[in-house]
Design a protein around this ligand. Structure first.
Ligand SMILES: CC(=O)SCCNC(=O)CCNC(=O)[C@H](O)C(C)(C)COP(=O)(O)OP(=O)(O)OC[C@H]1O[C@@H](n2cnc3c(N)ncnc32)[C@H](O)[C@@H]1OP(=O)(O)O
Length: 400
């Protein structure tokens, strides 16, 4: 059914889109004070709506850059604010919004799109694959000590929120180097400012200074009982240690904050070595592993050419993309790069599965075992495991 129109919203319509999105998540609309801040998180021209003639669905995006395995950066669109009015769901409104958005991205040279999904079954059909994952862990502050071999250089400095909001954007840019990391445009920092200023607990920051200046930071707040027995948790909001010394130095600070029982590190990279810097690694307990970014290769040839590959014999893959059919075709992937080819394909997969393999989070052989890759040559599958592997776990750390 398509008895609705999709168009870009004017800034004067952003608040209606925000209200619709919030209602779809079962949260109340922003009040006037909150909206004044929230409005700054909308990139002009970045919000689309479905009308019948009332606004019945919306999706928003902002422009940034994404780091791929090997360190190159390419244009990306961050997708958020997706919602359809409860009395208009399951009639194709999301499909129409997603299709319009992806066609717009493809038309203006965006290479990747990414999002955080409210529910896992929604976005795979549009080509978004679960590309980065996280683990959340907690550290028992009273019993945890750093291992004596943990680096002990550098200094930390505590910042109140106002200063942190000025300093952190500059510090962050030099630190977001993992595959899956992204630049943070102004709209994102405005979003974080709004969240921090609304927080009932004071949000603070700590910056680690190494030999060449700031090389890591954490933002955090402390919550819990305000009366005896003072059971409190320190919750990390944003944590970017740029060097091993910054990682150890920031943890040394966090474990030294008084009147805290537990430090909760939410949504961290799967390979972050907390166990290795503690004297007793069992003082860190993994609470859960979850989905982080769902990524869409909007321009498959450009995305495949942008990343580095491991050292193995070349593999030819056939990619299918029903939503952006220009991406469909056969590609040769080798340690020297990747591009289109006429050679016969050894592996066949859809664009969603390609995103899962591309960031190294899922090995091609595991994807094949789960039925997601059709294997015509088993030797090629073993080579694909090596070609697509990444040296560090892909992870974004930027949530919106
Ligand atoms: C990036 C973000 O902003 S994440 C936030 C997403 N928003 C929410 O979760 C808010 C609450 N949910 C909603 O607003 C809506 O249900 C949406 C946006 C998830 C889906 O909108 P709809 O207009 O109902 O989706 P639409 O009718 O276009 O469905 C497209 C397909 O997705 C499927 N689908 C849609 N929603 C879901 C879901 N929640 N779970 C599983 N499948 C779903 C449909 O069945 C349909 O499948 P088909 O292509 O096989 O026919």
């Amino acid at each position: 059914m398509s008895d609705f129109e999709i168009r870009t919203l004017d800034p004067g319509e952003h608040r209606a889109a925000s209200n619709l999105f919030r209602a779809s998540l079962h949260v109340p609309p922003s009040d006037d004070t909150d909206w004044e801040r929230a409005a700054r998180a909308f990139q002009p021209g970045g919000t689309i709506g479905a009308f019948d003639p009332d606004l019945i669905g919306t999706a928003r995006s902002f422009d940034a850059e994404l780091t791929v395995p090997g360190g190159a950066r390419r244009a990306m669109a961050g997708v958020t604010g997706v919602g359809v009015r409860a009395d208009r769901t399951r009639r194709g409104v999301l499909r129409a919004l997603m299709t319009a958005q992806l066609e717009d991205f493809a038309g203006r040279g965006v290479v990747f799109a990414n999002l955080l999904a409210s529910e896992a079954p929604i976005y795979g059909r549009f080509g978004y694959g679960l590309a980065t994952r996280y683990r959340t862990y907690s550290v028992d502050r009273h019993r945890a000590r750093l291992h004596p071999d943990a680096p002990a250089t550098g200094e930390v400095r505590l910042l109140e929120l106002d200063e942190a909001l000025e300093v952190l954007p500059g510090v962050y840019e030099g630190l977001a180097r993992r595959p899956g990391a992204m630049s943070r445009p102004e709209v994102l920092w405005r979003l974080y400012e709004g969240q921090a200023r609304r927080s009932p607990q004071p949000v603070k920051a700590v910056v680690h200074h190494g030999p060449d200046g700031p090389d890591g930071f954490a933002t955090f707040y402390v919550d819990g009982l305000q009366v005896h027995p003072w059971t409190k948790s320190l919750r990390l909001v944003d944590f970017f240690p740029g060097t091993p010394a910054a990682f150890a130095g920031l943890w040394r600070f966090l474990l030294g904050v008084d009147l805290v029982d537990t430090v909760v590190a939410e949504a961290r990279p799967l390979d972050e070595p907390i166990e290795l810097i503690l004297a007793d690694h069992r003082r860190a307990a993994v609470d859960r592993i979850g989905d982080e970014h769902w990524i869409r290769l909007v321009d498959v040839p450009e995305a495949l050419a942008a990343r580095e590959y491991g050292s193995a014999a070349p593999v030819v893959v056939e990619v299918e993309d029903p939503v952006l059919p220009a991406n469909s075709g056969t590609y040769r992937i080798s340690a020297d790069g990747a591009g289109r080819t006429d050679e016969p394909a050894a592996l066949r997969l859809d664009v969603t599965t390609l995103a899962m393999a591309y960031f190294g989070t899922w090995r091609p052989s595991a994807l094949a075992g789960a039925g997601r890759i059709e294997v015509r040559d088993p030797v090629a599958l073993a080579n694909a495991d090596v070609l697509f592997a990444t040296r560090v776990a892909s992870w974004s750390g930027t949530h919106y």
